[in-house]
Design a binder for this molecule. Structure first.
Ligand code: COA
Length: 257
């Protein structure tokens, strides 16, 4: 088991809540945090006392995506690396997954939501997919799932331009189920999760399986393809320039890449 206080897990009334708890670094996600979340999901899958899982952050920040320094110093090494274990974990988790999202949800902070069954957003939620701006490519099968949900042209706008879109726009395209005041988002997600947890687990699991089975393999294949490109691109000049610029708090110069 990976242990870190940057991820908190708590189980009550059949609901396991995973809280991103690294607010000083804007809940950016390190390899240890991915490992802890992957372990928690794997344990929850097997534990009959857990019927639903919830992801939540803080009312000011969901997640700034990958921790840029950690990603550079410990790039994911292969399909068994913590980030890929986590991504496969959310893509194949058989029980309902609920998320509460407030403030910025950057990169994987947004792409992980495409694997959640129900998403509740604070009205301050800002979703962004800055992969191109970082010299990278999409992950978490988002290059497949985002065009499916948004339609190609809106997906191209979100993925090629990488500009943030707000909670109301996310509601309009179906990425979130409801927009609520930020102080209420975690509570709403929790009460919906408890409502689900009171239903027959076998029916929840079978219904989710039937909804997802048509493209489960495609999703896993797309994740693997994206992962191979992402891993290669991390070491290339465009990403090095983007990450260097982030660390040095300057604008990146992509004129030579
Ligand atoms: N990785 C590492 N550190 C990060 C981080 C990340 N993804 N996101 C934020 N931080 C750090 C900042 O460097 C800053 O550190 P400092 O206090 O030592 O300067 C601290 O967290 C606070 O971030 P800051 O940018 O000052 O907060 P903000 O409220 O102005 O903006 C965000 C919040 C999320 C919009 C902004 O931090 C951001 O865009 N982060 C980068 C997101 C990103 O590109 N993620 C994709 C990675 S693949």
């Amino acid at each position: 088991m990976t242990s870190t206080t940057d991820i908190l897990t708590h189980t009550e009334a059949g609901v396991m809540t995973i809280t991103l708890n690294r607010i000083a670094r804007k809940n950016s996600i390190t390899a240890d945090m991915y490992g802890a979340m992957a372990d928690a999901l794997a344990a929850a899958e097997k534990d009959p006392a857990i019927r639903v899982a919830v992801f939540q952050g803080h009312e000011t920040i969901f997640s700034a995506g990958n921790d840029i320094g950690d990603f550079q110093s410990k790039p994911p090494a292969g399909q068994d690396s913590p980030v890929f274990r986590f991504l496969r974990g959310i893509a194949t988790f058989p029980k309902p997954l609920v998320a509460a999202v407030c403030g910025p949800a950057v990169g994987v902070g947004t792409t992980m939501l495409f694997h959640c069954d129900l998403v509740y957003a604070g009205d301050n939620a800002a979703f962004s997919l800055p992969f191109v701006n970082l010299g990278l490519c999409p992950e978490a099968a988002s290059s497949l799932l985002i065009p499916q949900m948004l339609g190609y042209h809106r997906a191209a706008e979100a993925l090629l331009l990488g500009e943030p879109f707000m909670a109301e726009a996310a509601l309009e395209v179906g990425l979130v189920n409801r927009v609520v005041p930020p102080t209420e988002a975690n509570g709403v997600a929790q009460s919906i999760a408890r409502k689900l947890a009171a239903k027959p687990l076998s029916s929840l699991v079978e219904t989710k399986r039937l909804m997802k089975k048509g493209q489960q393999q495609l999703v896993l294949q797309q994740m693997a393809d994206e992962g191979a490109s992402f891993g290669r691109m991390l070491g290339e000049p465009a990403a090095k320039e983007a990450f260097g610029a982030f660390m040095e708090k300057r604008k990146p110069d992509f004129s030579k890449v």
